[in-house]
Structures are given as C-alpha cells and as structure tokens.
Design a binder for this molecule. Sequence first.
Ligand code: GDP
Ligand code: ZN
Length: 315
Amino acid sequence: METNKKDKSEQLEQVGTIIKALSGFYYVRADDALRFPSEIQCRARGVFKKKGLTPLVGDRVRFSMTDNGEGTVTELFPRSSELVRPPVANIDLAILVFSVTEPSLNLQLLDKFLVHIEHADIPAVLCLSKKDLEQDGDESEEAKAMSAAVNEIYGAIGYEVYSTSAKHNNGIGELRERLRGHLAVFAGQSGVGKSSLLNTIVPGLQLETNAISNRLGRGKHTTRHVELIDIGGGLVADTPGFSQLDFVELGVDDLSSCFVEMRELSPNCKFRGCTHIHEPGCAVLEALEEGRLAPSRHEHYKLFLEEMKEKKRRY
Ligand code: GDP
Ligand code: ZN
C-alpha cells in the first residue's frame, strides 16, 4: 500500500522551466508538453522564502498540480549559472550582437562585452548583424573591413562568428539552429538589431524595435519583466543581457583570464602573477611581438586594466 501511494504522488510531480515571474506567480512550462501544452501558473512553496531562496526565470523546477488547475513549485534544481541583469538562471549561451555599421562596429566595446560574458562563464558566439549594409549602406566599405576583421581576430581564438541580415532574412536559419537546446541571451548595445533578429527568428513574435525610445530615456527594456521566448527547441530571454558593463565586480587578476587567448598563453609566462604589460619572459607579449596575438586585443586589455585601477581608486 505504501509503495502505491508514493507512486501516485510521484505521478503528480512534474518537471519544468520557469519562463515568467509576475506578481508572486511563476509560470512554468512543463517538460511534458503533451500533457501540459500551455504554461502553468504556480505559487512557490513558503519554504523557499524561509530558506532565502527566490525562484528565478530560467530555473528548472519540480512542481505539483493543485485541484484548481494551478500548480505549486516544490523544488528548485541547482543552477548552472545566474545572471543578475537580466535576472535569469541557467543561461548557457550568449549571442553577442554587433552590427557591421549603424552603429559602427567598435572592437573595444566588443571586447568589453566578451570580458563580462567570459567572467560569467557563459559560452559566447558572435553575431554580425545588418550584413545588408555592407552592400547598401553609406559606410559599406568600412562595414566590410570591420566584419572581415571580426571574422579574422575572433575566429582565430575560437569564437564562432555568425552573419545575419534581419532585413533580408539572411543567416537566420543558421542562428536559429545554433540556439536549439539552449537557454540563450542576446547581448549588445542598443540599436544593433537584437529585437529585429529575434522577431525574424521567431515567426509571429513582435518585440518592439527601434532604439529611439531608448534615446528618449524610456528604455524599452527597463520597465518590463523578463520572459523566456520559446523559439521552438530553445529558449531566449526577451531582454538583452550584460547591459551594465562596468568592472566593479571584476578583480585585476581575473581580467587576463577573460581574454581566452591570454588565458591559454599565461601559464608560459616566466613570472607568476605576470600582468602581461612589461614583464620579461612574458608569453603574451612574445605572442604579440610575433603577431600571434591581435594588437587590438592586447590594447583593450591594457585599457580595461587602467579603467579597473581607476575605478578601485574611486570606490
Ligand atoms: P536593438 O535595440 O538591438 O533591439 O535593435 P532593433 O532591433 O530595435 O533595431 C534597431 C534599428 O536597426 C531599427 O531601426 C531596425 O529597423 C534596424 N535594423 C535591424 N536589423 C537590421 C538589418 O538586418 N538591416 C538593416 N539595414 N537594418 C536593421
Ligand atoms: Zn605575461
């Protein structure tokens, strides 16, 4: 009899993902989509609060159904990652979007985003957006040169580089395929076309586009809650990640490990704790000298280091 009873209660327990959190409710998408085709409105067990746990969008949870068709989140599974902005758990892929122009491609900003993504320990891929402007735009020559540089520099150190045009529906299928099975976040400065990309990837999705609302100080993403978009085989956070790019939480020693190629080279430096700026026997400087390290990458490393020291002085 005991076993029977247990079996029954286990059947009622389901596993799913929180895709939205609003006014004390958690909306859970069950793994068993056949039995639960639509999201389930759940309350969280009071015990979480007592333990100081707050369920997050992206959390994998166990839940049980109550009599009124609602559910109760009964267990939170351990998180593989936790992002503060946007507050999403378990993100396992960041799509770093940079437009080839409009706004013009800034490698320093790109490296800054990469440092933050590497620091969060989330795998990153690059996406060059608005590729059509390499043909049509006023800045087409510059755009072409920048996108070639990105492919060369970042391809060489192991980042995948995707090219897309939301306008002409180019490269969208490849990106959609890359997102499959992941919980992803799109990152990048405003106006590079993140919302347009998502709208093209997910037919029927109608995220508000155009950065003008940002310029008026009414950021289109600031007042909204986070929600995960089902892109058919994957989930994407509907607000951009890594929007706050300052180095307060990052230690000076962490910085070089956020540059993947420097992280690989540094064990060969002569001195432990080498800053890769002036030390003799520095494997990073040697690679720079021999053209195995992109000058812009080392330049930005030095800039960020200065910026961090400056911040530390002020805080
Ligand atoms: P977000 O702020 O990163 O979400 O960028 P949006 O998606 O709002 O796009 C900003 C502006 O870029 C809008 O005016 C879009 O129409 C334009 N845009 C987006 N994607 C493309 C593209 O592939 N090609 C061109 N030419 N313009 C685009
Ligand atoms: Zn060194």
